[in-house]
Structure formats: C-alpha cells, structure tokens
Design a protein around this ligand. Sequence first.
Ligand code: FAD
Length: 465
Amino acid sequence: MAERFDLAVLGAGPGGYVAAIRAAQLGMRVAVVEADRPGGVCLNWGCIPSKALLTGAELVESLRKHGETFGIGASGITLDYAKVIDHSRRSADRLCKGVESLLRKHAIELVRGRGRLAGARRVEVTGERDVDLDADFVLVATGSAEWVPPGVEVDGERVLTSREALESRRIPERLVVVGAGAVGLEFAYVYAMYGARVTIVEMAEQVLPGADPELAQVVQREFRRKGIEVLLATRFEGVKRVNGGVEVAVHAKGASTGLAADQALVAIGRRALSGDLGLESAGVSLDPKGFVPVDAWFRTSAPSVLAIGDVSGPPLLAHKASEEGIAAVEFLAGVERPALDPAKIPACIYCQPQVAWIGKTEAQAREAFGDEIRVGRFPFTASGKAVAAAHTAGFAKVIAEPRFGEIVGAHVVGAGATELIAEIGLAMTLEATTEEVARTCHAHPTLSEAILEATLAAEGRSINF
Ligand SMILES: Cc1cc2nc3c(=O)[nH]c(=O)nc-3n(C[C@H](O)[C@H](O)[C@H](O)COP(=O)(O)OP(=O)(O)OC[C@H]3O[C@@H](n4cnc5c(N)ncnc54)[C@H](O)[C@@H]3O)c2cc1C
C-alpha cells in the first residue's frame, strides 16, 4: 500500500531540501527521497568541500605572498594537504547532518533510496525499505553529475573529475586541468597554492567563457603571475595513461601536441541526472541534452511534475536550485509572488582573485540599450581597504541603462568579490539606480566602497579615482 503525501521531492540537494522545507512551512505533507546523502552535490561534493580547500589555498598564498609585509616569517611553512581534505570532509559531514535535522524539525519524511516515477503522481523507491509514495505533485530535483567526454577513462588516480579530487589526499607534481570554468579555475588555484605545477587547457579564447572579458583578463593575468600556465584557444583531445603519469592531447593553432603530467583533472561540464527516473513514461519530456524543460513556475510537460535545480538546466548553481525550489512550491501553494528573474542570479568563482557577476555583461547591455549605457569602474588599487589588506588586483564595474540609470549588471574581480555582488543583487531586485546606490552611505574602510565608487563613476562623479 502506497504512502500518501501532498508533495514528493526526488533529491535532497540544495534544490530539493530547501523546496521541501518551504513546502512544509506552507502546510504540505512532504516526503523527500534521497539515494545518497542529504545535501546533494553542493554540500557533499561541490560548493562546501571545495570552499574548505580554497580557504586553505588562500591562507597559503597570503602567508607566502604577504607574510613578510605583515611581519610574519613564513619561509618555513609546511603543507599537509591531507589535513585540508580531512577538514573539507568534516565540513561536508557536519552540514549534511544539519540538513537531516532540518528535515526532522519540519516533520518531513526522509525516504532513503532511489526514486523513480511510476506515473505522474507515484514514486517508487528502492532502498533501505522499498516503498511507493503517492503524491499530488512530484518535484524532480535530482541534480547533475560530471560529464566526461567519450574515450576518457576516469580512474581516480591519474585521471580525475572534481568528485575524485575532493577525496584525493595528495598533490601531484604536475597537473593539467581541462576546462577553465568555475570548477577548473578553483581546483587549479588550490593545487597550485599547495605546490603543484598547474597547466589549464581551455578551448575558448578566455577563461570563464561567457563572463565579461574584462574579468577574464584579470584572472588570466593573475593566474599567470602565480605561475599557473593558462592555455587558451586550446582544444582538449583526450588523455592517456603513460608510465607513471598521463599525457593530455591538445590541439592549438592547427597543431596537436601532448602535455605530460602526473594527473589530469577534467572539468568540462556536467550532465543532468534525468535518466532512469521514469520521466518520459510519466509524460515528462527532456531536451536533447537530457535537461528537463520547465516553464516560469517550473512545471514540466506533465501537469503534476515539476523540476528544479541542475536537472532543469543551466546555470548549474546551488542558489539557483534553492530559489527555484522555493518558487516552485510557493506557486503550488498559491502564494502571490513574482516569478524568478534569471537575469538576477549571481555567478561566483572563489579562487583568488575571486570573480562575481550578475545581470548583463557590458556587451549585452550595449546590445540591449545602445552605446548610451552608463558604465562605472573602480579599481581595487584605489580602495583604502584593499591597499591596507594588500589585495589590490581587480576592479568593480557597474552597468546601468541610459534612461533612468537603473542597474542592469555588475562585474567584480578581486578579493571579496563573491560577497560584494550581493549588494547589486538587492539593488537589482529593488530596481535601484546608480544614483540610489551612490547615495547609500557605505562604511569606510570596506571593500564595498568599490561598489559605491563604481556607481559614482557611472554617474560621472568619482571621488577616489
Ligand atoms: C566541485 C563543485 C563546486 C561547486 N561549487 C559551487 C559553488 O561554489 N556555488 C554554487 O552555487 N554551485 C556550486 N556548484 C554547483 C552546485 O553544487 C549545484 O548547482 C547544486 O548542487 C545543484 O543542486 P540540486 O539540488 O539541483 O542538485 P544536487 O545537489 O545534485 O542534488 C541532487 C540530489 O538528488 C539525489 N538523487 C539523484 N537521483 C536520485 C534518485 N533517482 N532518487 C533519489 N535521489 C536522487 C542525489 O543523490 C543528490 O543528493 C559546484 C559543483 C561542483 C561539482
């Protein structure tokens, strides 16, 4: 006999567990089915453990680069990478248990096992106990997994994805990172700071394809200064194991060549976990890449099935998954609210220099509003706080449309970028103008003054630059 729920959520990642909590707050009886550990990729194999490693890398760099400046003798520091891996695993475990307790607190039934749709309102779970769940609505939040090109064999020893790297306790002498997206850049930075000689291979003409090129240029320059080799317009053609290491085949400027290394880390994309879920037989269509197309309220082609997070398509970000989860269940509960605006989802990369952006790039803004757009820039070399903290690389750039000066995008590269972007997110939600942000008193000395100064610059009245 099936158990009955108002909502059955497939997957307890940042999309699924957040949606479940919001649905419970709205009075629904909710079950969450999870095949692995609550928290999903984000808590277990993504955002959280990688940020633990990045914090270590940042500390190493600060001591090495600036120890002398601040009177700290750091010439004899020793590095034990296994310890930072331990810390990252402990952080993931702790937060994963936190999610379990949140689900309990909200009286959400956590069903451990693999779920599959058997019709548009039934989920069959195979796991600790096999059980069928009947629900008025099913929310698919099964996320994504690493995409590895055909012919590439991931062995976890010499050829890794981020998944294996997050458990690998040794730093190779030479590492090739394939892909200069967020994951590739973050791992390249971590490994380089812990002592590996790192080469990044990227097919596009810039790192972070799709990002404002000015941001990418700063990252490229700073990475090269740190000794990281960045090969752009270079196509990855495959990787093979050779004695003791790997050879990564690449193609650039019309010629193919091999890069020798101890390990290769492949970070060139992710694929939706939409297979074997019974989606198509439940009437849910998939796009050619396997993502689940949804409307503005995350409804799929089957009326009682919704999909959110990575499985419903890019950008593949934890906060996007959570916001979509909340919007989807609020829609089901009849809460009056605006639909999510994809233009207001920030993107953040946590290497040093950090990178963050939201809204339109300068090129997109010019295309949408013409050359009259207002663009204000402020370099961290002119920021009192950045100078005092010895973190002067990078800048903040704010873009506004020409008529009212409403902010339509912001791009920050440098220390603190991932925190600074939240102010612009709020400004864009409130449809604020550069004038309004410029009239907001920002504490001194803070890195947030870079946002203030960029808006002043957009208004043509910079003070400190
Ligand atoms: C190395 C790395 C670093 C990252 N860093 C960041 C970052 O800093 N910031 C950021 O915003 N994003 C980051 N991401 C991306 C982020 O992790 C994902 O966007 C996010 O986890 C997606 O959330 P989700 O809920 O859609 O899916 P997931 O987190 O993938 O969760 C899906 C869950 O569903 C479960 N599941 C799958 N199939 C079934 C089934 N049939 N039955 C039951 N359960 C099932 C899975 O076990 C999983 O727990 C990173 C990703 C990686 C790989």
